[in-house]
Structure formats: structure tokens, C-alpha cells
Ligand binder design. Structure first.
Ligand code: NAP
Length: 499
């Protein structure tokens, strides 16, 4: 790392992890920036396309080496447990690094670091419980279902929740016996490089992990296109996911795609209003709305609409906006001024579509905010669900409120989107909750809570929000190839051929 302008936290060296060796990146110069101040944290050389090829070849060799492929599940699990312990050991510095590079509050980055350690620990434990199935035979043979490593897996992650997103791919892909080429987002490469150091320190056989920062259109695409990469696990926007899916179709390569969302949060008239307000606000404004599962369309049943929206606006105005390093901050800066300006353009679009801006709708005033990527939490009303503001992912602290009358209207409106990632329902009528939870197109439905996660619970998206599953035991299986093995038990030769 050169040209460091901020003294702390300690930044990773300006090197990429290339199949077991730290080497200078041969690609373009990236400048990770602190979104709270706009200052560069330093510079880092991205990997080159040639280095992608070298990493994949080293990965193939490492994945096929008996020192990894030959390990039994409980032996591989030990490495993952060690990675978890090292993440815990370095939790404070990892969280500080993450806050510096993403702007997120320290409370949130500590939670993400802890979740990453938890993912490694859960996957290690789950790995020891994954059984091969003996299926009912229909002849003189024993049939088994085996699950084998794919080889080299490409893991491509976005900037909004680094370390948690990376762990969610790395831990199961390694557990399944693969090598991994990890490409973090261009804006937030630092935490992935720091994680690479910890994986190396955990003593995994060299070559199994490469961390190659770089531009998605260059390094990301060359990972996806590489003929020896056998699977890509991608988290990011739907447009990028679609492009990756097209390349995968040509290669006949499996992909896991965790994509965007425009998730409905729903407040029925019988809801516990305090719970609903707390859940709705956390669902959209935590992480400054930069969350795939952000509850960005709020449906409120007409009898409580006015009172609920008035309370929402009053409480949103009281949210504390500030730098992620201030323990009192609730809404931290967005990841970059470029992204903040994109969010601002969406709010301008909403105005042109006829929205009333009930609060927010601008960057905060004051010299302390002048250089940071700040945007006030914003509540919009008066739009039809067909408006672009209601249909397109804004990925910022912006919620659109929409009234509804009947359950049927609600289900039709909530499902009237290309996305299907998540949903929140606040009601006390468990029969209605049951009906609506099943009727909404979403991979995850939270009832009287929101944005809670468990490493053991599968996560996926419906419609244009994704393909495939992460987390849970299915998440580990998704990094394997299923194979059926028939063991003949005949005492005599098969009868068809002549003796
Ligand atoms: P993005 O632009 O799609 O980028 C995601 C990653 O893909 C980055 O590392 C990016 O590199 C890379 N990339 C870009 N173009 C590529 C290409 N042609 N081939 C291969 N890789 C490429 O998304 P983002 O803006 O970073 O993240 C925000 C999006 O992620 C939102 O839509 C959000 O909903 C979604 N997300 C989904 C989930 C989920 O679990 N469903 C979780 C978190 C975020 P660069 O950084 O260089 O562009």
C-alpha cells in the first residue's frame, strides 16, 4: 500500500494473494476511499488477467492434490475452525478496516465480522454432519449418492457487506473441497485481502485461495470466462448476474446468483405498531439502505396509514446521521459519493414522478458532512407502485410508502415487481400471516421482525433476485457435483452377454 493518507487502521500490503503467494498486482491502480471523509486510504494494484489465469491453474493443482482432496470432512473442518478463531482474534482491526473502507458504523462492521467467524464455524460443524445417501436399490447392487468437489470456484462479491459476503462463499466452497478465486468489489478490496492473510495463517494448503481485486468487467469477467473455473458464486446486481448467467450458459457451468431486491414490508391494521415501526425503520435505514434485503417498499393498511406514516417520518427525522466511527451514529455515509449521487438522482426521479418527499431527500447540511458521502434517510409518498421509483432498486436510505385496503390488493401490489428477495409482515393474525407469507414471492419472509440471519438457514431469491441457495447445509452442497455410484452385488455375471 502506498500514499497512505490516514494513519489508522493498519492497511493490508499492496499485494494480491495469488494461489498461495503474495505478489504485486499487475493490473490498474485502485484507490479505496473512506466515504466519511472522501480521503483515499491508499492505493492498491489490482490483479491482471494473466494473474487470473495463473491463480486458476494453481487452484486446479491445489484442489486436486491429495493433501486437500484426500482429506476427510472432519479434517477439512479443522482448517475452517482455525479461520474462525483468527477472525475472532482480529475482530477489532477487521471491523475498523471495514468501517474505513465502507463507511458503515462500527457496530455493524463488528456484527459482520462476527457473522463471518460464525459462518466458518457453522460450516465446519455442518461439514461433519453431511451424509452420503444410500438410495433404495432395484437390483443386485448398492446405490450411493456421493458429492464431490467441483475444482476451482470463482467467488465474486459486492461492496455492501464485505467479509460476511466473502465468508458466505469461501467457507462452504473450501469445505466442499474446492479451491477458490475471490474477487472483491473494486471499491472495497481491503477486507478480502485481510481475510486472505488469515486463511493463509490458518495453514490451508497453498494454492487453494487467491484474492484478486480488480474491476468487475476485467478481472471478474475473466474469472467467469476461464475454462477451468467450474462454478461461479456471485452476489451483486441483477444486470451483472444476468451477464454472468449468459456466460455460464455457454460454458454449461453452475452458478449461484444472489441478486438485487425491492422488498415489501407490510403493516396490517392489527399490527403491534411499536414493533412495526422499529422493524420497518431498521429494515430500510440500517446500513444506510445499502442492503439487498432492504425493505424499500412499505405497504400500510389504510386504517392505520396516516398515523403510522406520521410516526415513521417523525422518528426518521430523529435518526442520527454521522460517521461510522461515532458510536451514536445510526445512519452512516453511503459507500461513495458516486453512489450517493446515484441515490440522489433516484429521489429527483421520484419528484418528477409526482412523489411527496415527507422527510430527507437531500444530503445533510453542515461542514462535518461536506466531504462525506452522506444522504438523509428519506420517506416518499404519493406514488403508484408502477412508478420507476417503486420498481427499481435504489440501494440507499429511501423508502416509498404505499397504502392498501385488502389482503388481495396487498399481495398483488407486493408481488408486482421483477424482484423476489425478502418480505416483512407485521400482524397479529397468525392465519393471515400464514396465508400472506406463502403468497408473497420472496426467498425470505420475516414476520414481526426483519433482517435477522442465521448461518444455518438457507438464503435465496425468487424471480430476478437470484438463482440457487447460500447458507445452511444446501449452501455447502451447492459447491459439489453429485455423483451416483452403483456397487454390483451379483454372484453371477450379468445375464445379457454370451458366456
Ligand atoms: P455489482 O455492480 O453487480 O457488482 C458486484 C460484483 O461483481 C463486484 O465485485 C463487481 O466488480 C463485479 N462485476 C461487475 N461487473 C462484472 C462482470 N461483467 N463480470 C464479473 N463480475 C463483475 O453490484 P454492487 O453494486 O457491487 O452491489 C450492489 C448489488 O448487490 C445490489 O443490487 C444488491 O441488491 C446486490 N446484493 C445482493 C445480495 C443478495 O444476497 N441477494 C447481497 C448483497 C448485495 P466492481 O466492483 O469492479 O464493479
Amino acid at each position: 500500500m502506498t500514499a497512505i493518507l490516514t494513519p489508522a487502521p493498519p492497511l493490508p500490503a499492496d499485494e494480491v494473494l495469488l494461489g498461495g503467494e503474495w505478489k504485486p498486482g499487475r493490473g490498474e491502480v485502485l484507490t479505496p476511499t473512506d466515504p466519511a471523509t472522501g480521503r483515499a486510504l491508499g492505493t492498491i494494484h489490482a490483479a491482471s488477467v494473466e494473474q487470473v489465469d495463473e491463480a486458476v491453474r494453481r487452484g486446479i493443482a491445489a484442489a486436486h492434490d491429495a493433501g486437500w482432496r484426500g482429506l476427510l470432512p472432519h479434517e477439512r473442518a479443522r482448517y475452517l475452525t482455525r479461520v474462525a478463531a483468527l477472525i475472532d482474534r482480529d475482530a477489532d482491526s477487521l471491523a475498523a478496516l471495514q468501517t474505513a473502507n465502507t463507511g458503515k458504523t462500527l457496530a455493524e462492521t463488528r456484527a459482520l465480522v462476527s457473522s463471518a467467524a460464525g459462518t466458518f464455524r457453522y460450516v465446519a460443524a455442518a461439514l461433519e454432519t453431511l451424509e452420503e445417501a444410500v438410495t433404495p436399490s432395484r437390483g443386485a447392487y448398492l446405490t450411493m449418492t456421493a458429492h464431490e468437489p467441483i475444482g476451482v470456484v470463482g467467488a465474486i462479491t459486492p461492496w455492501n457487506s464485505p467479509i460476511a459476503s466473502e465468508a458466505q462463499k469461501l467457507a462452504p466452497a473450501l469445505a466442499a473441497g474446492n479451491a477458490v478465486i475471490l474477487k472483491p468489489a473494486e471499491w472495497t478490496p481491503l477486507i478480502a485481502l485481510a481475510l486472505g492473510r488469515l486463511v493463509e495463517e490458518a495453514g490451508l494448503p497453498p494454492g487453494l485461495l487467491s484474492v484478486l481485486p480488480g474491476r468487475g468487467s476485467v478481472i471478474g469477467e475473466s474469472i467467469v470466462r476461464h475454462p477451468l473455473v467450474g462454478k461461479v458464486s456471485f452476489t451483486g446486481g441483477t444486470a451483472t448476474g444476468r451477464a454472468i448467467g449468459r456466460i455460464a450458459a455457454d460454458k454449461i457451468m453452475p452458478v449461484t446468483l444472489e441478486l438485487g431486491g425491492k422488498s415489501p414490508t407490510i403493516v396490517f391494521a392489527d399490527a403491534d405498531i411499536e414493533h412495526a415501526l422499529a422493524g420497518v425503520m431498521f429494515g430500510i435505514f440500517s446500513s444506510s439502505g445499502q442492503s439487498c434485503i432492504a425493505g424499500s417498499r412499505l405497504f400500510v393498511q389504510r386504517p392505520v396509514y396516516d398515523g403510522f406514516v406520521a410516526q415513521l417520518v417523525a422518528r426518521t427525522r430523529r435518526l442520527r446521521v454521522g460517521p461510522g466511527t461515532d458510536p451514536t451514529t445510526q445512519v452512516a455515509p453511503l459507500v461513495s459519493t458516486a453512489h450517493r449521487d446515484r441515490v440522489a438522482r433516484y429521489v429527483d426521479l421520484a419528484r418528477s414522478e409526482g412523489a411527496r418527499v415527507l422527510c430527507g431527500g437531500t444530503a445533510p447540511d453542515g461542514p462535518e458532512f461536506a466531504d462525506g458521502a452522506y444522504y438523509l434517510p428519506t420517506v416518499l409518498a404519493g406514488l403508484d407502485n408502477q412508478a420507476r421509483t417503486c420498481q427499481e432498486e435504489i440501494f440507499g436510505p429511501v423508502v416509498v410508502v404505499l397504502p392498501f385496503d385488502t389482503e388481495d390488493d396487498l399481495v398483488a401490489g407486493a408481488n408486482d415487481t421483477a424482484y423476489g428477495l425478502a418480505c416483512g409482515i407485521w400482524s397479529q393474525d397468525y392465519k393471515r400471516i400464514w396465508r400472506v407469507a406463502h403468497a408473497i414471492d420472496a426467498g425470505t419472509v420475516w414476520v414481526n421482525t426483519y433482517k435477522q440471519f442465521s448461518a444455518s438457514t438457507p438464503f435465496s431469491g425468487a424471480k430476478e433476485s437470484g438463482l440457487g441457495t447460500e447458507k445452511g447445509r444446501e449452501g455447502i452442497r451447492s459447491y459439489t457435483r453429485q455423483k451416483s455410484i452403483y456397487l454390483g452385488l451379483n454372484d453371477t455375471p450379468l445375464p445379457w452377454a454370451n458366456p
